[in-house]
Write a protein of this length. Structure first.
Length: 301
């Protein structure tokens, strides 16, 4: 329901009286390598001129729109944003489906900002230094920064609720409701700050240069992670640093032990001879008789 309102508002903005004469006037330009751009546009090289009713979806980094009227709009990473003509002159309609964006530009009298839950209009002009974020749950963070920021009038299109946002005010509307307001919000509403570049000195070590080239943790098995120094050596003595690459190899097959030829032959011969049989009854009787014969005839052989 709320998304239908958002798209209907985008469509009606094109037909606002006085806006037809501006149909071919570019609203701004954006690099095509920073965002997916659809709608009324002209592509020239790596730049897209935004003519009318355009949708800009940023890739995995911020996409900067240079406005024809001056200033910029920053569409934060993966955010989906709309830009349309609004009313007369250089007024624009800024629409946010999801994600976050920032406006840094002098406002125009008929500027409008739309989210799935809230409509923003201007009570008086000013310098936009506006940051806004909408979460999947509808939480809407608004930072109307700067002493020269315009006064914004917020309305809920599904009710008669209104809210007046003054310069320098930073608030959060939970679930997009103008009745659930967290004043003095502390979380950032716009795009995250880019990481500061690492400046290396002329005598930087190899480890410091490797860390600058690979700022994120990498696998030690790839040989890119620095190895920690060995601790525990006495003070004043040189410490040894050893880096080794561990490789998971299967153990080599164990060859059977060599058997001497002679031993094998002997074993074969021994196994061929039958084992001696136990003494029979005849042999036992002969042994007993021989014993008694020696007993009674000691001098016989």
């Amino acid at each position: 329901m709320r998304e239908s309102f958002l798209y209907a508002s985008f469509a009606l903005a094109v037909f606002v009286p006085g806006s037809q004469g501006l149909a071919q006037t570019a609203m701004g330009t954006v690099p095509t390598h920073d965002a997916l751009v659809t709608g009324g546009l002209e592509v020239r090289g790596e730049s897209a001129r935004l003519i009318s009713n355009t949708a800009i979806t940023a890739y995995d980094h911020t996409a900067a729109i240079a406005l024809e009227r001056g200033g910029t709009v920053l569409v934060c990473s993966t955010s989906q944003f709309h830009l349309l003509h609004s009313g007369m002159g250089n007024s624009l309609l800024f629409g946010l489906d999801r994600g976050a964006f920032e406006i840094h530009s002098a406002s125009q009298a008929q500027d409008v900002i739309l989210t799935p839950d809230i409509r923003f209009t201007l009570e008086n002009p000013g310098e936009f230094d506006l940051r806004m974020r909408v979460t999947p749950s509808g939480d809407t963070c608004v930072d109307n920064a700067g002493a020269k920021a315009p006064v914004l009038v917020l309305t809920d299109p599904f009710s008669s609720s209104t809210y007046r946002l003054i310069p320098g005010q930073h608030v959060l509307f939970e679930h997009g409701s103008l009745h659930e307001v967290v004043d003095h919000e502390r979380s950032a509403c716009g795009c995250p700050a880019p990481a500061a570049p690492v400046v290396l000195s002329a005598n930087a070590t190899a480890a410091e240069r490797a860390a600058a080239e690979h700022p994120f943790p990498v696998a030690a098995s790839e040989g890119l992670a620095p190895t920690p120094l060995v601790t525990g050596a006495p003070a004043g003595e040189k410490q040894t640093q050893v880096a080794a690459t561990l490789t998971n190899l299967a153990p080599p097959p164990i060859a059977p032990a060599a058997v001497p030829v002679a031993s094998a032959a002997s074993a074969q011969t021994a196994s061929a001879e039958p084992p001696p049989s136990p003494p029979g009854a005849h042999d036992l009787a002969h042994a007993v008789g021989h014993f008694f014969h020696k007993l009674f005839h000691p001098h016989s052989h």
